[in-house]
Design a protein around this ligand. Structure first.
Ligand code: PAF
Length: 282
C-alpha cells in the first residue's frame, strides 16, 4: 500500500495503470465500519482502491468542531492495509489549498435546506474538496455513505452539472447493533450521551412505524420525530425533516417517497441520521 502526502505521487500511481479501474473513498479519517464497508465495496468493484484522509478545514463552520474532530492516521493506515487498499493520500492542508488558493465550488438550491441551513458554507467546502479529489485521483467510481444523505445528493448534482467522468456509488448506513449510525463523532460521546444518542434511531423508527401504518402526512412524520427527540433530556433538536429524497425540499401532504432526516445535539456532539421510505427514487 502506498501512503503519500503529495498530488504528484497519487497522479504517478494513477497514470502507471491508466487502463485499470479505480475506486475512490474520500474520508476525513478515524475510520469505522461504515468507511470499511465502502472500502470493501470498492475493492469488489475495481482493480485498484484509493482512499483520501483529509480533515477538510473549509467544510467546518465552527473552529471548536474542527479542533475536536478526532485524528488517528496510523491506525487508519493499518486498517486500510488489512482491507487491501492500494493507495492512501493523506495530504497536509497546503497540498490541498496551496498559498494563493482561490477556487471554490458552490451549488445552489440543493445546499440551502437541512445541513446547509445549519452549517453555512459547509457544502461549499465539501464540493470544493471532493472536486479536487476527483481531479487528483481521476477515479472510475467514487463511494460515499447514505448517512450524509444531503452530501450524497449535493455531490451527485455536482457530478452531473460539471460532467465529472465517474460513477457515484452511495452505500447504505452501517449501524451499531443497538441502531446508532456509525460516525467518527460517536467517539466524543460520554457513556450517558452514548445511550441518549439512540434517540435519533428511535425517532426515525417511530416515524417509519407511522408511515407503515398509513399515516404518511409529512407534517405528522416531522411531529412524531420531534416528540421522540424532545422526550430525551440530553438531546437538543437542530432540525427534523420529511423531504423529497432528490430535491430535498420539505414535503407537504402525503409523503410516499420521503427522506426522513434529523440533526440532534447530544451534549456538545452534533449527530445526524436518516431513513429513506418508499424506495430510493434515483
Ligand atoms: O463525508 C466526509 O467524510 C467528508 O465530507 C468528505 C466527503 C470526505 C469531504 O471532506
Amino acid at each position: 500500500m502506498i501512503v503519500t502526502t503529495t498530488v504528484q505521487e497519487v497522479r504517478a500511481a494513477r497514470r502507471d495503470d491508466p487502463w485499470l479501474t479505480w475506486g475512490l473513498i474520500p474520508t476525513m479519517g478515524t475510520l469505522h465500519e461504515g468507511h470499511l464497508s465502502l472500502v470493501r465495496r470498492a475493492r469488489a468493484e475495481n482493480d485498484r482502491v484509493g482512499v483520501s484522509i483529509f480533515v477538510n478545514p473549509i467544510q467546518f463552520n465552527r473552529r471548536d468542531d474542527l479542533d475536536a474532530y478526532p485524528r488517528q492516521l496510523e491506525r487508519d493506515c493499518e486498517l486500510l492495509r488489512t482491507e487491501g487498499v492500494d493507495l492512501v493520500w493523506a495530504p497536509p492542508e497546503d497540498e490541498v489549498y496551496p498559498p494563493g488558493y482561490q477556487t471554490y465550488v458552490d451549488l445552489e438550491q440543493i445546499t440551502l435546506p437541512l445541513e446547509g441551513a445549519s452549517r453555512p458554507g459547509h457544502f461549499r467546502g465539501v464540493a470544493t474538496v471532493v472536486a479536487k479529489l476527483f481531479n487528483v485521483f481521476e477515479p472510475t467510481r467514487a463511494y460515499f455513505g447514505q448517512k450524509d444523505a444531503q452530501q450524497a445528493a449535493v455531490l451527485r448534482q455536482m457530478v452531473r452539472d460539471l460532467a465529472f467522468n465517474l460513477e457515484m456509488v452511495i452505500c447504505p448506513i452501517v449501524r451499531e447493533p443497538d441502531g446508532l449510525a456509525m460516525s467518527s463523532r460517536n467517539l466524543r460521546l460520554k457513556s450517558d450521551e452514548r445511550q441518549a444518542a439512540l434517540v435519533l434511531h428511535r425517532a426515525l423508527k417511530a416515524a417509519e412505524s407511522e408511515w407503515q401504518q398509513g399515516r404518511r402526512e409529512a407534517g405528522h412524520l416531522r411531529t412524531t420525530m420531534q416528540q421522540v427527540i424532545e422526550a430525551e433530556p440530553l438531546a437538543r433538536l437542530d432540525y427534523v425533516s420529511a423531504a423529497d429524497p432528490i430535491s430535498l425540499q420539505e414535503l407537504a401532504g402525503n409523503a410516499e417517497h420521503v427522506l426522513l432526516s434529523m440533526a440532534v445535539f447530544i451534549g456538545a456532539v452534533r449527530l445526524i441520521d436518516n431513513f429513506v421510505l418508499g424506495g430510493q427514487t434515483e
